[in-house]
Design a protein around this ligand. Sequence first.
Ligand SMILES: [Zn+2]
Length: 56
Amino acid sequence: MQTSHRHHWTEVSRHPTSEGVVRYQRCACGRWHMVATPLVADPIGVSATVPVTPRP
Ligand SMILES: [Zn+2]
């Protein structure tokens, strides 16, 4: 049995699909983690991911 290991996910790539964004993350131990983020609008608490460009 493997001992519990706290994975530290590092995003490797992301792929936009028709249903959302699929992100592939990898841990230092070699494990992969796939995260699917649906494009369905969250009714509450939506935070835009638009980067804020600071003005000089
Ligand atoms: Zn790990």
